[in-house]
Ligand binder design. Sequence first.
Ligand code: SF4
Length: 451
Amino acid sequence: MTTTLDRPAPIKPNAIPKVGIVSLGCPKALVDSERIVTRLRAEGYQISPDYSGADLVLVNTCGFLDSAREESLDAIGEAIEANGKVIVTGCLGAEPDVIEKAHPKVLAVTGPHQYEQVMDAVHTHLTPPHNPHTDLVPESGLRLTPRHYAYLKISEGCNNRCSFCIIPKLRGDLVSRPIHHVLIEAEQLVKAGVQELLVISQDTSAYGLDLKYAPQTWKGEPYETRFLDLARGLGSLGVWTRMHYVYPYPHVDKVIPLMAEGLITPYLDIPFQHASANVLKAMKRPAKQDRVLERIQQWRRDVPDLAIRSTFIVGFPGETDEDFEVLLDFIREAKIDRAGCFKYENVAHADSRDLPDHLPEAVKEERWHRFMETQAEISAARAAAQIGTTQDVIIDGPSDETGEYLARSKADAPEIDGVVYLKSDTPLSPGKIVSANITDADAYDLYGQVL
Ligand code: SF4
């Protein structure tokens, strides 16, 4: 995902230093960009919507897969060519030698979530405006997402050591934000008009472990810094709350009743990555997946409209035909509603590079196609089952293609899941939640009429 920022025109266009931003990578990187933008605006910098109008360009990079690293290096090159003054931050910034070798002209390189260092680099190369109060920053900060939904980052880093992943090497161990800080931020976002909160981290269900689940107070009530209390607090705000990057630890079961009560959106994003015990062991995945099918079935009994999104890797070193069949059986039996699938990639510095039995590209390719076909059948059956139902949907905006509205059901997270194409006799504004009759479906998307 690439995002460039476009913000209101400056009060005195020639007097205010302007920074352009390119944000690459996952929602977590987007949240980092939002924090940097908030700091820049708080100090009176203007954000430029294009390279040519900027005095300096900040590139927030992604370093997860080799393809993302290439994309990041290309974006840096493009910014240097178009503007000349470039500061690099983000995951790839943890490897300054790679960046400086490819682009010796970059002014500075900082790593992921090094907000202070980024600001220092900006100050060094672009003198801050004299009056830090020329631009007022809303209490909720500045966001790169539309006004009606917002990502809520609850922690940085990860204590797990999955063999294919370099995120702990880039971002370090788990550092949770105290629960009252998170809940105060969420409350401010809701006051600013947000209707949907998307909880993100590297491992949401491990939230608070590093803080020994420290007790805090919010609105006069006690809350421990842990996943269940977070869900309880967010659930009291009366907006949709979607949980991303949840691992199937046993305590996740306790959040299901909050979904049954309608406090938390019935949606779980659980990156299973695989289902075969052999492959999961080689991947060094957290949270045992024994009995996971049984638990999913119980969750679905308790919350019949629960949607489960996941991601999987096929063609992991040592994955046999049998392991792959176990994976296909799992997604069929668990009826995974939405799934992303990646062919295993030998990421630089990942431990999995040293595993034996790497598979030929042709095998990975063939398995990827079979996975996608199987998942398409599961998703299509799920979508078809929605026809004739009445559901609450949130409006994202008008659809360019059809003249209808683009909306999402509770089963659809923005950017990664499907949409609902909606007909309405009256105008609808983004963020409005309306009741819709679902009239048709294709493999991933729904079609409906506002009631
Ligand atoms: S849980 Fe595993 S895959 Fe996810 S960030 Fe941590 S180490 Fe990486």
